[in-house]
Design a protein. Structure first.
Length: 248
């Protein structure tokens, strides 16, 4: 893991964008893995700005979102299909048909989740996977005790994750209870992973992921085994690291 500690949220977006561009530029068909949520918004905005400056071109890129709710109306503004359209596809001017989001409304969910991993493999894998981390250490929606070798599948959201995401809905009971998520094994297959984390509320999860043991209770800790994982965090998110000086 490469840990990069920067001053603030704006810097996180800028430095993470540098890393994404470094790993995608020169590829004829860059494949980017996409997280939703608040953490990567600065990164996506910075990538849009850098595309306008000619540093990168997403017109031939392919995208695969990490996850989607099950049991949400696909037309709901907070379905991840719509979130990805709003925060990634439109600002980066990607071709909508080249950006996939797991189909949480598929009639045959089992077939749909299997096909998702196969579709990623068919294009040669994800070149850069953008990640955030949940306050409970989840990546994608791989909640604590997910198998380290899991593939894309249907999962149950923990009460903690539903509470964390209630801010996107009118009330807690509107937050779906289930999701489709890429597995930890799927995420570990990415060629490069760029995680962005900001804020003190993530400091415990960051410390456990980086400095704790690799353990199922902290799903993100599996990234210690990722061959090319870069974690870009602000000072607040780094505040519980015992060895922050080693990373500076
Ligand atoms: C969402 C996802 C999640 C989020 C995590 C952090 O696609 O993969 O793992 O990255 O829940 O969410 P925020 O950034 O909203 O704090």
């Amino acid at each position: 893991m490469e840990i990069i500690i920067v001053a603030n949220e704006e810097e996180v977006g800028r430095v993470a964008a540098d890393k994404v561009i470094e790993h995608l530029s020169g590829l004829a068909t860059p494949v980017i893995g996409l997280a939703t949520g608040s953490s990567p918004l600065g990164l996506y905005a910075e990538l849009a700005r850098r595309q306008d400056e000619g540093d990168i071109d997403f017109s031939h890129a392919l995208g695969f979102a990490l996850d989607e709710y099950v049991g949400i109306d696909p037309a709901h503004p907070e379905s991840y299909r719509n979130v990805i359209n709003r925060t990634v596809v439109e600002p980066l001017r990607m071709a909508p048909e080249r950006v996939r989001v797991p189909d949480g409304a598929a009639e045959d969910l089992e077939a749909a989740v299997e096909e998702y991993d196969a579709a990623i493999e068919a294009v040669g894998g994800v070149d850069v996977q953008v990640l955030g981390i949940g306050s409970n250490g989840h990546i994608g929606f791989n909640e604590p005790f997910s198998s380290f070798s899991s593939r894309t599948r249907v999962e149950v959201l923990t009460p903690q994750t539903r509470e964390d995401n209630a801010r996107f809905f009118d009330s807690l009971d509107q937050v779906p209870t289930h999701c489709v998520t890429q597995g930890l094994g799927t995420i570990m297959d990415s060629h490069c992973a760029v995680m962005v984390v900001t804020g003190e509320h993530k400091a415990d999860a960051v410390a456990a992921m980086v400095e704790g043991p690799v353990a199922a209770v902290m799903p993100a800790s599996i990234l210690q085994f990722h061959p090319n994982c870069i974690v870009v965090i602000d000072e607040a998110a780094a505040s519980k690291l015992q060895h922050a000086d080693l990373f500076r």
